[in-house]
Design a protein around this ligand. Structure first.
Ligand code: MRU
Length: 348
């Protein structure tokens, strides 16, 4: 095990290896895919999830599609890759990293000359994206760690850790880097109903890596804040707009509102690949997931048959609730309309 935590997704011997996150925390199982259609199904079914992890998985999916294609000309190969891109893109609509990863690969493919050259460039680029993800998270972690102090208890929601990225994590990367800088910290993880990324994944990952972590039900966020059991919050993001509107796992908005009420700083950690500088809030599609995620816990039914369910996977936290957005290019502070473009300038 590398010292930056679990390795969520990687390319090995012309195949994609992933941790099957649906099996956690009971079993740590790795799955192997050689067909891009299986990668698409894995993204849709949350075998792999978390914005940066699905960005890299999409890129690896296109690398498999390049190997699977029987094309003998560049045009045929590009056409096969476009078809695969659509299948991979249609899996999940909210996290912008998926589109980002797929576009990066298509761009490289279009610049290649021969079928063999394109295949090689696509694979190399996808592998490079995976390596870069870890480096970016570590840089982001260093920037973010300066916002946290010795003896802080930090709340996080959902899973923005190694398991949501290739490794190290975004929000949990900041928490890792804070601990690595010698500060003594504790973590509170919300369980994050309905799919339990907090209890199944964050609690698993932090415990696996030796952190002092406590799990709370989502409904105890107010209690822990009102009783001074938490003094900072850091979460990840699936999409950040140029205005500082942040889309993240359902429930994030409630945590941010509660933090504002109690004067607790609320930070977001996200790489620049999670920023969508073009869209407005009304353009962003919030993924709606199946009702059984709410009417059941695992296989056990917890609601009456035929009940109507509203099950959005993400919500939007408005900029006025956010104290800072941590990226690999530095920390953006309000007003975000001014500070976010500056980060992109600095990163050129
Ligand atoms: O539905 P998921 O599990 O893919 O949602 C993931 C989240 O909302 C994470 O908090 C977000 O992707 C940030 S991950 C670095």
């Amino acid at each position: 095990m590398a010292d930056f935590g679990l390795k969520t997704v990687e390319w090995k011997d012309n195949s994609v290896i992933m941790i099957d996150q649906t099996k956690l925390p009971n079993e740590l199982v790795y799955v192997k895919y050689t067909d891009f259609n299986d990668v698409a199904t894995a993204i849709r079914n949350l075998v792999v999830r978390g914005a940066p992890a699905i960005g890299v998985s999409g890129a690896f999916g296109l690398a498999l599609a390049a190997l699977q294609s029987n094309a003998s000309t560049k045009d045929q190969l590009i056409s096969d890759l476009e078809k695969a891109k659509k299948i991979l893109f249609d899996t999940r609509p909210t996290a912008v990293n998926l589109a980002w990863g797929l576009d990066q690969i298509m761009n490289v493919a279009k610049h290649g000359n021969t079928v063999d050259e394109i295949r090689q460039h696509v694979i190399n680029t996808a592998k490079q994206m995976a390596d870069d993800d870890i480096k970016i998270n570590m840089t982001m972690g260093k920037h973010g760690s300066q916002l946290f102090d010795d003896n802080d208890t930090i709340m996080t929601h959902c899973n923005a850790g190694s398991l949501a990225t290739v490794a190290y994590g975004t929000a949990l990367g900041v928490i890792r880097a804070t601990k690595e800088s010698g500060k003594n910290i504790k973590v509170i993880a919300t369980e994050t109903r309905p799919v339990q990324q907090g209890s199944r994944l964050t609690a698993f990952e932090l415990k696996h890596d030796g952190f002092d972590v406590s799990l709370i039900p989502d409904t105890a966020v107010g209690y822990t804040m009102a009783n001074n059991l938490v003094n900072k919050v850091v979460v990840g993001a699936d999409r950040v707009l140029r205005t500082g509107h942040v889309y993240n796992k359902i429930g994030t908005y409630q945590v941010a509102l509660m933090a504002k009420q109690h004067g607790i700083p609320f930070y977001v950690a996200a790489p620049l690949s999670t920023f969508d500088m073009k869209s407005n809030p009304q353009d962003v599609i919030i993924e709606q997931r199946k009702g059984t995620e709410v009417t059941q816990i695992g296989d056990k039914k917890t609601a009456p048959d035929g009940i109507n369910v509203i099950n959005p996977a993400f919500d939007m936290t408005p900029p006025e609730l956010i104290s800072g957005i941590i990226t690999e290019a530095g920390v953006a502070k309000p007003p975000f309309v001014e500070s976010i473009p500056k980060l992109f300038e600095a990163n050129k």
